[in-house]
Structures are given as C-alpha cells and as structure tokens.
Design a protein around this ligand. Sequence first.
Ligand SMILES: Cc1cc2nc3c(=O)[nH]c(=O)nc-3n(C[C@H](O)[C@H](O)[C@H](O)COP(=O)(O)O)c2cc1C
Length: 165
Amino acid sequence: MKVLVVYYSLEGHTEIVARLLTEELGADLLKLELLRPFPDKGFKKYFWCGKSAVFREKPVLRTKMPDLSQYDLIVIGTPIWAGNCASPINSLIDIVRNDYALAGKKIGLLVTNGGGSIKKCVKQIEKTLNGCIFLKPLHFINPSKEQREEIVSRIKTWINENLKS
Ligand SMILES: Cc1cc2nc3c(=O)[nH]c(=O)nc-3n(C[C@H](O)[C@H](O)[C@H](O)COP(=O)(O)O)c2cc1C
C-alpha cells in the first residue's frame, strides 16, 4: 500500500507525529509550507492564525503537490485552530478536490490540539472530501518528543485497527 502523509504544523507538535507515522507506514512525507508563513509567537500568532481558521481562509501554499493518484491512502495532518482545522488544510483540500479524482480513496486524519474537541475539524474535512473513505482519526494532545514511545505505540494500535484486515 502506497501512503502519503501530508501535514501542516506551526509549532512542531503535529510534525512529531507525522514523522513517526511516516516511519511506521513506510510512507512518503510532505510538509505544507506557506508563501507567507504565519507568525509563530505571542498574540500575533493567535490573532492571525485564529482569524484565518475561523474565516476558512486558504493561504497560498509554497509546497507543490505530487501526483496523488499514485497513493492508496492519504493521511492529512493538522493542528486545531480556534476549533477548526488549521487554514493551510483548506488550501490543500481546495487543490486536491479540484485537481485529483479522489473519490473512493482512503483518507486518514491526524489531528493535534490542546485538549478541546476535534469534531468540527473532522467534519469540515469529511464534508469537503465527500466520496472518500475516512479512517478513524488519530488524535494527540500537544504531543512532544519526550513521548516518542507512547506515540509510536498509539500509532501501531491505530494501524492495526484501521489498516490490517
Ligand atoms: C491560533 C491557535 C488556535 C488554537 N486553538 C485551539 C483550539 O481551539 N482548541 C485546542 O484544543 N487547541 C487549540 N490550539 C492548540 C493547538 O491545536 C495545539 O497546540 C497543536 O498541537 C499545535 O500543533 P502544531 O505544533 O503542529 O502547530 C490552538 C493553537 C493556535 C496556535
């Protein structure tokens, strides 16, 4: 099975899990970068990122998309911003939806947050990529490098429950 893990991470939490997941799955990894990156500190971070997520903006990506038709499973990784997906994920979905025939494709979601609900973000992606087959989301609360073993263990459980028949 050919897998792509594509993710956005402002502060590195989602990236930690995306990298470990990629290792466990033998997947390709793609980090989403913006043409104009968001501030990653202080009030400006919360203001600009929060606003961008709430208004479902689609900031311009610097990252070029590979041919997605070659993948059997695409895992989309995102932090939660103000209850929503991080806005670069809106940009990703927009490109993916318009440029590739993804109906029937398996989609996994990797979501990290500070402890609130992830439901709105999950629904947001499921609704926009209708026709895809969604696996159970993989969710972590502020994962850190120190939790490596625990994260890998949860990733293995998720793989066993979702990808092995
Ligand atoms: C602008 C902003 C808004 C956030 N909003 C929420 C939220 O609504 N609920 C929540 O549980 N965590 C929230 N968080 C925390 C992040 O989702 C969490 O720290 C996440 O793991 C960060 O991922 P990253 O390090 O990959 O960017 C927010 C963080 C930022 C920067």
